[in-house]
Ligand binder design. Structure first.
Ligand SMILES: Nc1nc2c(ncn2[C@@H]2O[C@H](COP(=O)(O)OP(=O)(O)OP(=O)(O)O)[C@@H](O)[C@H]2O)c(=O)[nH]1
Ligand SMILES: [Mg+2]
Length: 296
């Protein structure tokens, strides 16, 4: 019985910026899902597949659950996060021990009653040990009977224990994906996300939320991968900010993105970036569909 192969889906959910994507990347050992210090970085569901001799864990990274439902894109992101809860075998809820608040409570209230829910207190490296205990106690009062697992995704602390707790809750079954497959998303998708990550990390205030990235050409040319991508913004003034003085900023973003794409693809990459305006795209259902924001 203990030797039987296990396979199942594991959702990573929680408030924005709690470290869901960082945790998934740490568990897979590749940077598949983009991360940034600001909230609402992840917009789409993305699978990260971890296959070992005895288990296949299929992680589902989701956009952070948040209350702002003003625009169509925010509604899309909340749908992508909450629709997954009932479709998976294990639900991992990520919490930041420094700030457990009403938004977290709202997430905790949405959880199914079964015991395949794990509360993951991430970022424990940010607190001294003696400050952690009261947080665990508070969380235990807030969500009695739930398993609480303290980890640091960034420092890879206690991840083996986390994996054990997840695996024993997965059903016995055959693998759903080949053992060398790491994600369900094509390389083109990940390329667009990498470009978006660089923009997210570099730009301030509201601008990261006003843009999206599409990959227009993706062509293998002997030993060079040729990629052309467009950064879409909502207003003309935003275009200038992204390009920067003498095109310097766009150049920098391009070279940072290219380095990451080369690492992932294991080959030389030629990356061309364009910036274009599509007014109001983030609140327009048709534009969202055109840019790949479609429910799965
Ligand atoms: N100190 C510390 N920082 C972490 C840890 N895990 C994640 N972070 C940082 O927290 C920030 C947010 O991480 P993400 O993985 O993008 O968070 P997310 O939950 O996916 O965010 P959204 O996609 O916006 O919902 C990044 O700056 C990470 O480097 C951790 O264990 N310790
Ligand atoms: Mg994320």
């Amino acid at each position: 019985m203990t030797d039987a192969f296990r396979c199942g889906f594991v959702a990573l959910i929680g408030k924005p910026n709690t470290g869901k994507s960082t945790l998934m990347n740490a568990l897979i050992g590749e940077k598949l899902s983009i991360t940034a210090p600001r909230p609402q970085t992840t917009r789409h569901q993305i699978l990260g597949i971890r296959t070992t001799e005895h288990c296949q864990c299929i992680f589902v990274d989701t956009p952070g659950l948040h209350r702002d439902q003003k625009k169509a894109i925010n509604r899309y992101m909340n749908r992508a996060a909450s629709s997954v809860i009932d479709d998976v075998d294990v639900v991992c809820v990520l919490l930041d021990p420094r700030r457990i608040d009403n938004e977290d409570r709202a997430v905790l209230e949405r959880l199914p009653a079964h015991d395949r829910v794990l509360l993951i207190l991430n970022k424990i490296d940010t607190l001294p040990k003696q400050a952690l205990l009261p947080v665990i106690q508070k969380l235990a009062e807030l969500a009695p009977d739930r398993e609480i697992i303290p980890v640091s995704a960034l420092k890879r602390d206690n991840l083996d224990h986390l994996v054990e707790e997840i695996e024993k809750r997965l059903p016995i079954g055959v693998p759903q994906f080949p053992d060398d497959q790491l994600t369900d998303r094509p390389m083109r998708f990940i390329v667009a996300e990498i470009v978006r990550e660089k923009l997210f990390r570099r730009l301030t205030q509201e601008l990261p939320y006003a843009l999206t990235v599409s990959v227009d050409h993706y062509q293998q040319d002997k030993d060079l991968l040729r990629i052309s991508a467009t950064i879409w913004v909502e207003r003309k003034s935003q275009k200038g900010i992204i390009i920067g003085k003498g095109g310097q900023q766009l150049k920098q973003i391009g070279s940072e993105a290219r380095a990451d794409i080369e690492r992932l693809a294991g080959q030389k990459v030629f990356l061309q970036l364009w910036v274009k305006v599509r007014e109001g795209w983030s609140d327009d259902e048709q534009s969202l569909t055109a840019f790949g924001y479609t429910d799965q």
